[in-house]
Design a protein around this ligand. Structure first.
Ligand SMILES: Nc1ncnc2c1ncn2[C@@H]1O[C@H](COP(=O)(O)OP(=O)(O)OP(=O)(O)O)[C@@H](O)[C@H]1O
Length: 300
C-alpha cells in the first residue's frame, strides 16, 4: 500500500530521516514508534505534502505520491482540526465541500461518517461541547469524508482518558476490519501492542527494528521477564547474576531476563533465604523490547 524508499530530511546539519525505508502492507495496522523527536511527525508531514523531503521516493498503491494520490491518504493530526462552534454535521459538511462532493453525496457521506465513528446522535451538537474523545472521533470522521485508502493517525489517544482510548481503539480496529490500511504513530507501547499487526521502531532516522510483536520478541534473548520486589536488592541481584539472568530496571522495577520458561516454585528456591515482597514472571512485552532497541542504538 505504502512504500517509503531512502527518504531523507535534514534541517541544516541535523539529519532527521536518514534514508528511511518503510513498507506498509494493504489492510494492516502498522505502528510507528520512536522517542520524542525521532521523526515520526516529519515522516507524516512528508506523506501528506506539508513538508518536502530532501530525497527519496514514496509510492502509494505503486504510484509516486503526487497531487493525484492525495485523495488516497487521510491524516488525523495530533491536534484536532475542527471548527469548534460548528456542529458535527456542519464540520463534516464543510470538509465534504472542500473535497468537492455534491449536495446529495455530502448528505450521504456526512451521515455515513458520523455513524462510522459513533456520533450519529450528536450530529446537531457543536463540536465545542463534545468530550475530548468525541472530538477526536469527529476529527477521524472528517478524515474519512473523502474515503481514503490509507489512514494516518498521529498520536490519536494522547490526552484522552482510558474510556475514550478504548473507544478510539475499537474504532481503529473496526476501520481496519472494513479494509482500511492504517499507519499509527504513537508513544504508547500498550496501544501499539494491542492494535498493530506490525511495529517499526524509528531511531536515528531509520527503522531500527520491525515486525510483529512475536517477531520483535525474537530480538531479545529473554523467554520471560522476572520482576522482583525485595528490601534486599543487592542480594537478589548477586544471586540472579550467579544464575546467569541478565538484570534490567524498568522504571522502579527490578527485573531479570529468564533464558527459558522456569517453574515459579523453582525460581523461588533460587532466592532461598532472601526476603522477597513479591516475585512475578511475565512474557516479554513491547516495553522491554523497545527499551533494548533504543538503548542498543544509543550505545552500540
Ligand atoms: N522546522 C524545523 N526546523 C528545525 N528542526 C525541526 C523543524 N521541525 C522539526 N524539527 C526537529 O526535527 C526533529 C523531529 O521532529 P518530529 O516532530 O518529526 O519528531 P516526532 O518523532 O514526531 O516527535 P514527537 O514524538 O515528540 O512528536 C525534532 O528534533 C524537531 O525538533
Amino acid at each position: 500500500m505504502l512504500q517509503i524508499e531512502e527518504l531523507r530530511k535534514a534541517y541544516g546539519q541535523r539529519v532527521i530521516l536518514n534514508n528511511l525505508n518503510l513498507h506498509i502492507r494493504a489492510g494492516e495496522i502498522y505502528g510507528l514508534l520512536g522517542s520524542n523527536g525521532a521523526g515520526k511527525t516529519t515522516t507524516i508531514n512528508i506523506l501528506c505534502h506539508l513538508l518536502v523531503a530532501d530525497s527519496g521516493r514514496i509510492l502509494i498503491k505503486d504510484q509516486p505520491i503526487s497531487e493525484s494520490t492525495k485523495l488516497l491518504i487521510g491524516v488525523v493530526p495530533q491536534e484536532n482540526l475542527l471548527y469548534k462552534s460548528l456542529t458535527c454535521e456542519e464540520n463534516l459538511n464543510f470538509f465534504a465541500q472542500i473535497y468537492g462532493l455534491s449536495r446529495a453525496e455530502r448528505k450521504q457521506r456526512v451521515e455515513q461518517c458520523l455513524g462510522a465513528v459513533g456520533l450519529a446522535d450528536r450530529a446537531k451538537s457543536p463540536a465545542e461541547i463534545l468530550s475530548g474523545g468525541m472530538q477526536r472521533r469527529l476529527s477521524m470522521a472528517i478524515t474519512l469524508i473523502h474515503q481514503p485508502k490509507l489512514l494516518i493517525l498521529d498520536e490519536p489517544t494522547t490526552g484522552l482518558d482510558l474510556e475514550a482510548r478504548y473507544e478510539i481503539w475499537d474504532l481503529i480496529r473496526k476501520l481496519q476490519q472494513q479494509g482500511m490500511t492504517i499507519l499509527l504513530s504513537t508513544h504508547f507501547l500498550d496501544e501499539a501492542e494491542r492494535l498493530c499487526h506490525r511495529i517499526g521502531i524509528l531511531k536515528q532516522g531509520q527503522i531500527a527494528a520491525e515486525g510483529s510483536l512475536d517477531e520483535l520478541r525474537q530480538l531479545i534473548p529473554a523467554s520471560e521477564i522476572l520482576v522482583v520486589q525485595t528490601p534486599e536488592e543487592e542480594q537478589v541481584i548477586q544471586r540472579a547474576t550467579a544464575l546467569g539472568f541478565p538484570m534490567r530496571r524498568y522504571g522502579h522495577e527490578l527485573a531479570f531476563w529468564l533464558p527459558k520458561h522456569l517453574e515459579l516454585r523453582d525460581i523461588i528456591t533460587y532466592f532461598d533465604g532472601i526476603p522477597l515482597d513479591s516475585i512475578a514472571r511475565q512474557p516479554a512485552r513491547l516495553e522491554h523490547i523497545y527499551r533494548e532497541i533504543i538503548q542498543k542504538q544509543d550505545n552500540p
